[in-house]
Design a protein around this ligand. Structure first.
Ligand code: ATP
Ligand code: MG
Length: 395
C-alpha cells in the first residue's frame, strides 16, 4: 500500500516563523530534511513552494526508512504521505479518491470530511463544489461511511495544483526548531543516560551540537570510548554530525588525586572538565555548555555542588534535565534510542577515582584552596590535554 506515495507534504508549526525569520526557518528545515534523507535508500528532492515544503521521491525508495528519517528532523510537526495524480478530469479524480479511501480505511464504519484547496484557479470546479461532489461520490461508493463536518475521523485533503495531491494521514514529527536556526553549544557527553538526552533536548531547539568526552586510559577502556562515540552517532541522527573532542584526562585526574583531599575529587575533576570543555567551546564559537546534570541525583549534583562546578564557567551552562526525575530521563532515552547503549556496563573516568564519601556541600573557599595545591603543574597538564585532543566526527 505504501508504495502508492511518491511524495510527502511536510507540516511545521507556524509559531516563531513569522516575518523575516520565516526564510531562515524554512531554509534550515529544507537543508535538514535533505540531510536526513541522505541515509535513505532512494532519490529525493525537497521543494519549498509558497509556504509549504514537499518531499518528492525521484526513484523507488524505502517508505519506512524515509518516514523514520523524516520523523527525526526537528521543526517537522507532521508528515503527510501524498498520493499525486495528473488532472485527467473530475470523474477520474473521484475514482482515484475512492480507491485511495478503500485502501487506507478498510473499516468504513467511520466519518470523513473533504477539505479541498485550489491553487490553480482554472480548475473547472470551485473548492466548495469539489467538497460537495467528492463527498457525494464517496458516500455513494461506501454506504456505511458518514460525513461529519465538525469532528471527522478522516480529514480528506484534496489540493489542486499542477498535479492533484490527495492526503488524509498526518504522521507526527518531533516538533522543535530546525538545526541551524540557533547557535552552537558544547555538550559534555559521558557514557551515561543523562547527557545524550540533554544534548537531544537542546538540539531540538535548533542548536547545533559539538561534544567533549573525557576518558582516563588505561583506567578506562577503548570499549568505554567506543560507547561514547556510538552515543554521539545516535544523537547525531537527530542533530546532524557532531564533532566529538576526546580528551585524555588521566594525568589531570592522577595529579588531583595526588594533591587534593579525596572527598573533593569529584567536584574538582568536574570543574576541570568544565574549564576544558569551555576552552573548546570558545575555540569553535559555541555559545554555551550542555550537561546532563539533575538536582540531587548524586553528590556532585546537589545545589552546592552545581554552584561549585558552575563557578568556573564564563559562558552559560544549559542543563535541560535539571528538574527531571531519573525515570523521565530514561523515558526520553528509550524514545530516542540511546538507552540500550547508555546502560552498557563500561567504566567511566569519574567512577574510578571517586571517593567513598564525597562532599555533598562543597564550600567554595575550601575548593579554591584545594585547587591552589595544583598550581605547580596544572597549567602544563591542561595544555597537554588540550593539545592532544582526538577529534572524531560522529555522523
Ligand atoms: P550521565 O548519565 O550523563 O553520565 P550522571 O548522572 O552519570 O550523568 P555525572 O557523572 O555526575 O552524572 O555527570 C554529570 C554530567 O557531567 C554529565 O551529564 C555530563 O554532562 C558531564 N560528564 C560527566 N562525566 C563526563 C565525562 N567523562 N566526559 C564528559 N562529560 C562528562
Ligand atoms: Mg556519568
Amino acid at each position: 500500500m505504501n508504495n502508492m506515495f511518491k511524495a510527502f507534504l511536510i507540516k511545521y508549526a507556524e509559531i516563531g516563523v513569522k516575518g523575516k525569520n520565516r526564510y531562515i526557518f524554512e531554509d534550515a528545515l529544507v537543508s535538514q530534511i535533505n540531510n536526513a534523507l541522505k541515509g535513505v535508500d532512494g532519490k529525493f528532492t525537497v521543494q519549498k513552494t509558497t509556504g509549504r515544503i514537499y518531499v518528492q521521491a525521484e526513484s523507488e525508495y524505502d517508505y519506512d526508512e524515509a518516514i523514520t528519517a523524516l520523523k527525526r528532523v526537528f521543526g517537522v510537526s507532521g508528515i503527510c504521505p501524498l498520493l499525486q495524480v495528473e488532472d485527467t478530469g473530475f470523474e477520474d479524480l473521484c475514482k482515484t479518491v475512492i480507491e485511495y479511501m478503500d485502501k487506507m480505511y478498510p473499516d468504513k464504519n467511520t466519518t470523513f470530511k473533504v477539505f479541498s484547496r485550489r491553487a490553480r484557479k482554472n480548475y473547472p470546479r470551485s473548492s466548495q463544489e469539489i467538497n460537495m461532489d467528492m463527498g457525494e461520490a464517496i458516500l455513494n461508493a461506501f454506504p456505511e461511511i458518514r460525513v461529519d463536518v465538525h469532528n471527522p475521523k478522516i480529514s480528506l485533503n484534496i489540493e489542486v495544483r499542477e498535479k492533484i495531491n490527495i492526503y488524509s494521514e498526518i504522521i507526527p514529527g518531533p516538533g522543535g526548531m530546525p538545526i541551524g536556526t540557533a547557535g552552537k553549544a558544547m555538550l559534555l557527553l559521558s557514557g551515561g543516560i543523562d547527557s545524550p538526552v540533554a544534548g537531544y533536548m537542546i538540539a531540538k531547539r535548533g542548536v547545533q551540537l559539538e561534544a567533549t568526552y573525557f576518558h582516563a586510559p588505561p583506567y578506562t577502556s577503548e570499549r568505554a570510548k567506543q560507547k561514547v562515540v556510538d552515543l554521539a552517532k545516535l544523537v547525531a541522527k537527530y542533530s546532524g554530525p557532531i564533532k566529538l573532542n576526546i580528551v585524555n584526562f588521566t594525568d589531570i585526574q592522577l595529579y588531583i588525586y595526588d594533591k587534593c583531599p579525596h572527598d573533593e575529587l569529584t567536584i574538582i575533576m568536574r570543574r576541570y572538565m568544565m574549564r576544558i570543555a569551555e576552552h573548546f567551546a570558545k575555540e569553535s564559537g559555541c555559545l554555551g555548555l550542555i550537561t546532563g546534570e539533575s538536582i540531587g541525583q548524586v553528590a556532585s549534583q546537589t545545589m552546592q555542588s552545581l554552584a561549585a562546578t558552575n563557578e568556573v564557567c564564563t559562558i552559560p551552562v544549559y542543563r535541560p534535565v535539571i528538574a527531571f526525575d531519573k525515570q523521565d530521563i530514561v523515558d526520553i532515552a528509550c524514545k530516542i534510542d540511546t538507552y540500550e547503549t547508555s546502560i552498557l556496563p563500561f567504566e567511566d573516568c569519574c567512577t574510578i577515582f571517586v571517593a567513598k564519601h564525597p562532599v555533598t556541600k562543597p564550600n567554595l573557599k575550601v575548593i579554591n584552596a584545594s585547587e591552589r595545591k595544583l598550581e605547580e603543574k596544572i597549567d602544563e597538564l591542561l595544555k597537554k590535554a588540550i593539545e592532544s585532543v582526538e577529534i572524531i566526527i560522529a555522523e
